[in-house]
Design a protein around this ligand. Structure first.
Ligand code: ADP
Ligand code: ADP
Ligand code: ZN
Ligand code: ZN
Length: 787
């Protein structure tokens, strides 16, 4: 292929976007070179996700769904076309994001990559003693997926046959090969103050106007109007535990069984990661899993556990740190399985290259951080022989030390060189440095963004004068002087995970930064040494509990003064102006969207036709405050709302106090009514921080607060952290961003490596001392950075 053929001017080698208007995008036109690495930059809220995920990935996925037979499409959400005039030259898009892989201990690093399946085959071929008829390790994958277990893998628009953990012959009888046993929280299963007819059961699908209602009423064992707390022991036991029993309902023979065996059969036999989101939420709420006491989580029966290769059984091997496992596999040399060994070595090396060598195959997926989960998903694709795929990454450097980023970059380039188009949303200059092509969005956030401010190569971006261009070569300087600690929080003998009995004094009254390569033990130290101590407030990026109607206005308490102001101005009740009470649209209960519960995928949001997505009854919208109705106010971005409530008719001090905090944490572009479910992890963390700013906590712990922040936003964040410290608070952040390290008063560096090669404090002192000493990886990188 000649270089000319690959030139972006070639129509066939372009993704063409014309007139993109998703969210804040202002009719964007754009050509993207295929089989190149393109990085999307711009301040947070400028529209990067709206373009890359909301437009390009969404349309690719919709087109793929259309290629499925009508029967399969019946199980899929009918996705509407994103608001874009033309989108041409798309290839299959695979999103590699940071969504957690699933919180069920049955899903492990081994099961979500192919590594465990390969090891099993290896044990069935090489282990001694050979058990039965090699049955113990004939993990019969075909039989399991042959059950018609067709799953739709979320976000990838492709149908996969899921391999299951079933181990024929060799499985532990107690837990049936699951590695854990389950325990139910009954209070989460039903509300005992209610009767069946009042909707006592909180199990998805168990509605009284549906099939189960007919069974409960028809079987004659229960009084459907009696509250469950008044049930006799026999009735309760039938409701919960009855073993399968034939009953005749309306002339039809059906099998009744109690709630618990029924749930075990229909829900728990499945991987949590393969569940519909609402069922998964139900299972996570109701069921706790504990390690199986018989097999200690190895899922294997006694004979299978006794099968060994070079002295190790499959459970030992799965518990090894991956770098050690790679060594162990390298030590095996059996020509009969040479191709298998080669594949296994390749996948294990990929783990190390991507900076995950400190994990083990037995590590449960639910304990991985977002960044780790993203890199695990990457492993699945690195071995793929697919070409001409569009891979889309969302801030792949999250959780990575500057030292790890170089390796990650190498992998992204490898995907490109295998003939794929790689699109990356990213803020770190270390990542932008390898881009073939850059698309910069802006100039501002929200309504002040949504335009393309630059496309081209990196040098052009530098010269472009855009906000990103101007900040590209920013190098924070070391501060001439640092603050002195006002006290300290001692941590003694911290031993969690890989920590080697760490003793450290965390300084108070200053900005302290905890550094170290991925897997060195930063989270372990924070979680075991700081979280839960008096005065310590940990502000993470995790989901915010609440309803589908929750938004920044309800979460921060901002809606309260606004409702009251509306009520006062109109002489009516405040409750009218809240989307979860009286004024709510009757069709959507105030959510503005209706969730279609489909057979396979539940919870597909569709804009409510009744209120056009506003969430309120039409009569409520006849009331105004300074010329705006409540829906119009909730549609305002924070920055505009701040202006609206600062002066004039709508002047409202309690509202401006909250809005100022939101603007301070860099969320000025966020609309007051934007559902919390649509926020990114970084946005959630900043929202929680805004709430905490008024709180009583004295020691704030933040995990990578720069996530999702543009270089220009980082300065604003540092300003905020400084203000916190100056107000007498202590701030401790885990960070990889070198501008934050340079700005610290004190650095605690963990290492020297990851996993069992980490877990020690390798440096404590000021950034200047760290740079001066250059004794650690962090020190050497920081010295380069502040040069
Ligand atoms: P970026 O990825 O650059 O941070 P986004 O594309 O996420 O920016 O956001 C661009 C604008 O669109 C912001 O004003 C944001 O609040 C808004 N927005 C993003 N997602 C949604 C959504 N699901 N519903 C409504 N508005 C949204
Ligand atoms: P960092 O925050 O520096 O990336 P972590 O504290 O997450 O490092 O991890 C340090 C070590 O502890 C790693 O070897 C990691 O695999 C292990 N580890 C972390 N969390 C868990 C967990 N929940 N279960 C088992 N091992 C864990
Ligand atoms: Zn077991
Ligand atoms: Zn509605």
């Amino acid at each position: 292929m000649s270089a000319d053929h690959r030139h972006p001017a070639d129509q066939h080698d372009l993704i063409r976007v014309r007139g993109a208007r998703v969210n804040n995008l202002r009719g964007i036109d754009l050509d993207l070179p295929k089989r190149r690495l393109t990085v999307f930059t711009g301040v947070s809220g400028s529209g990067k996700s709206s373009l890359v995920f909301g437009t390009i990935a969404a349309e690719s996925q919709r087109l793929i769904n259309e290629t499925y037979p009508a029967f399969v499409q019946g199980f899929m959400p009918s996705m509407t076309r994103p608001d874009v005039d033309v989108l041409e030259g798309l290839s299959t898009a695979i999103i590699v994001d940071q969504e957690r892989i699933g919180a069920n201990p049955r899903s492990t690093v081994g099961t979500v990559t192919d590594a465990l399946a390969m090891l099993r085959i290896l044990f069935s071929r090489l282990a001694t003693p050979q058990i039965g008829s090699a049955q113990a390790f004939s993990f019969n994958i075909a039989t399991v997926s042959g059950k018609g277990a067709v799953e739709i893998e979320k976000g990838q628009g492709k149908i996969v046959e899921r391999k299951s953990f079933t181990v024929q012959g060799g499985m532990c009888p107690r837990c049936e090969g699951l590695g854990n046993v389950n325990d139910f929280d009954l209070s989460a299963l039903y509300d005992d103050s209610k009767s069946l007819n009042q909707g006592a059961l909180a199990v998805p699908g168990y509605t009284m106007d549906g099939w189960y209602g007919r069974i409960y009423r028809g079987c004659g064992w229960f009084d459907p109007d009696k509250p469950i707390r008044d049930y006799s022991p026999k009735e309760l036991s039938d409701l919960l535990y009855k073993q399968p029993t034939k009953v005749k309902i309306d002339g039809i023979n059906v099998t009744y069984q109690g709630l618990i065996p029924q749930i075990q059969k229909t829900y728990l036999a499945k991987d949590v990661e393969a569940m519909q989101p609402h069922i998964r939420a139900f299972v996570e709420r109701t069921v706790t899993f504990t390690v199986c006491p018989d097999c200690a989580g190895t899922r294997l029966n006694e004979p299978a556990r006794s099968a060994r290769i070079a002295g190790a059984n499959i459970a030992d091997v799965c518990a090894m740190q991956l770098t050690d496992l790679a060594e162990w596999v390298r030590g095996l040399d059996d020509p009969s399985v040479a191709p298998l060994l080669a594949k296994l070595r390749h996948i294990l090396d990929s783990f190390t290259e991507i900076g995950l060598g400190y994990l083990s195959l037995a590590r449960s997926s639910g304990t991985l951080s977002g960044g780790e989960a993203q890199r695990i998903k990457m492993i699945r694709h690195l071995g793929s022989s697919l070409t001409d795929v569009t891979y889309i990454f969302d801030e792949p450097t999250i959780g990575l030390h500057p030292h790890d980023i170089a390796r990650m970059n190498g992998l992204l380039l490898r995907l490109r060189d295998a003939g794929n188009t790689v699109l990356v949303v990213e803020h770190k200059p270390e990542m932008m440095a390898i881009a073939d092509h850059v698309v910069d969005l802006g100039p501002g956030a929200g309504t002040a963004g949504g335009q393309i401010t630059y496309t081209g190569d990196l040098d052009g971006l530098r010269a472009s004068g855009t906000l990103t261009g101007r900040h590209l070569d920013d190098r924070a300087r070391l501060k001439p002087s640092v603050r002195a600690a006002t006290g300290s929080l001692p941590i003694r003998g911290a031993n969690a995970n890989n920590l080697h009995s760490v003793d450290v004094d965390v300084p108070l009254g200053v900005l302290a930064v905890l550094t170290g390569v991925a897997g060195s033990g930063k989270s372990s130290l924070v979680d075991s040494g700081l979280v839960g101590r008096p005065g310590v407030v940990a502000i993470d990026q995790g989901a915010i509990k609440g309803s589908r109607r929750s938004n920044p206005a309800t979460y921060t308490g901002l809606l309260e003064p606004i409702r009251k102001a509306f009520a006062k101005a109109n002489g009516v009740k405040p409750a009218l102006f809240s989307a979860n009470s009286e004024g709510a649209c009757l069709a959507c209960n105030g959510a503005g969207v209706i969730y279609l519960d489909l057979a396979v995928m539940a919870g597909v949001p569709v804009t409510c036709e009744e209120c056009e997505g506003k969430g309120f009854q039409p009569s409520v919208l006849t009331y105004h405050l300074a010329g705006k109705d409540i829906a119009q106010v909730l549609a305002l971005p924070v920055a505009d709302a701040l202006e609206f409530f600062s002066a004039g008719e709508a002047k409202l001090a309690p509202a401006t106090a909250i809005l100022t905090r939101l603007a301070d944490v860099g969320l000025g572009y966020l609309r007051l009514g934007q559902p919390l479910t649509t926020l990114s992890g970084g946005e959630r963390q900043r929202l929680k921080l805004a709430n905490e700013l008024s709180g009583t906590g004295s020691i704030y712990v933040l995990d990578e607060p720069t996530t999702g922040l543009h270089l220009a936003d980082v300065e604003q964040l540092l300003g905020l952290l400084d203000r916190l410290v100056e107000a007498g608070k202590s701030v401790i952040v885990i960070e990889h961003h070198q501008a934050v390290m340079a700005h610290a008063d004190w650095i605690i560096d963990l290492g020297p490596g990851a996993g069992h090669d980490g877990g020690r404090v390798v440096f404590e002192g000021t950034p200047a001392q760290l740079v001066e000493a250059r004794s650690t990886i962090t020190g050497r990188h920081l010295a380069e950075y502040v040069r």
